[in-house]
Ligand binder design. Structure first.
Ligand code: IPE
Ligand code: IPE
Ligand code: MG
Length: 255
């Protein structure tokens, strides 16, 4: 798929100039299959349309000033789908990264892969690693692609890493803090400020369980293939209207 994507800053459409833009936005890109089936198309056609949505959303994230964007492309549970759909998703992920890495590089985006190696197609890992090498000096936006990712798998892997470090003597048993633990997660476990799920479902589906401890959740009924930079900006605008308390409280007597 080659849709024209306007690079950040190039279009007529301008990102709203607002304060309080979330630093780290995570997106569960959901609703592709239903979107396609409702139009008499196979599920894979929905995934295909998702590429334009993704590129436009990344451009919009750069424009509005998001610093980190993590998207859920394939979960550790998605292996349960039909062999044909899994095969399509693997091949398509590989092709999207191959097709788009240079363009994202020109936008100043750093591409990172979050996920587990076992089972994942080697060609997908190769493309993700090549894309990371190409873009690793970029600082405008960290774009984390979660492929063969599961929140529980990530936490379990961090625990195993810590036990290895304790056994080697570089960490002391009984002295593991939240900070020490978080650093063993992908991307050092930065907090998610805003979690968006498209497609209407209201669940987390094993995404960023640790990082979402204080995230604001936005459940957008729009199917992922129809999501665009303006949709992201609307979601971010709604986010800036929320009051984040992090456990604190203030008297605001009105009566
Ligand atoms: C999200 O869309 C994409 C992936 C999980 C890879 P779905 O394929 O889950 O689409 P729905 O939710 O069935 O409509
Ligand atoms: C979550 O969506 C995974 C991705 C978007 C990659 P699913 O469609 O797989 O989640 P469930 O099955 O509805 O929980
Ligand atoms: Mg789904």
């Amino acid at each position: 798929m080659t849709g024209l994507i306007l690079p950040p800053g190039a279009g007529e459409l301008k990102a709203p100039q607002i304060s309080g833009v979330p630093k780290h936005v995570a997106i569960i890109m959901d609703g592709n299959g239903r979107w396609a089936n409702e139009r008499g198309l196979p599920r894979t056609e929905g995934h295909r349309q998702g590429e334009i949505a993704l590129m436009d959303t990344i451009a919009g994230a750069v424009e509005i000033g998001v610093k980190e964007l993590t998207v859920y492309a394939f979960s550790t549970e998605n292996w349960k789908r039909s062999p044909a759909e899994v095969k399509f998703l693997m091949g398509y992920s590989r092709d999207v990264i191959r097709r788009r890495a240079a363009q994202l590089h020109s936008w100043g985006v750093r591409i990172n892969w979050w996920g587990r190696r076992p089972r994942l197609w080697k060609s997908v890992i190769t493309e993700l690693e090549k894309a990371h090498q190409l873009t690793r000096e970029n600082t405008r936006l960290d774009f984390n692609m979660a492929v063969n990712y599961g929140g529980r798998a990530e936490i379990t892997d961090a625990v195993n890493q810590i036990t290895r470090e304790v056994a080697a003597g570089s960490l002391q048993a009984g002295h593991i803090t939240e900070g020490v633990f978080g650093k063993r997660l992908y991307g050092k476990g930065t907090d998610v400020d805003l979690l968006i799920r498209t497609g209407g479902e209201q669940r987390i589906s094993n995404f960023l369980l640790w990082q979402c401890a204080y995230a604001e959740f936005m459940f957008n009924p729009v199917a992922w293939p129809e999501y665009r930079r303006e949709t992201l900006w609307d979601d971010i605008l709604a986010f800036t209207g929320r009051e984040r308390r992090f456990g604190t409280a203030q008297d605001k007597v009105t009566g």
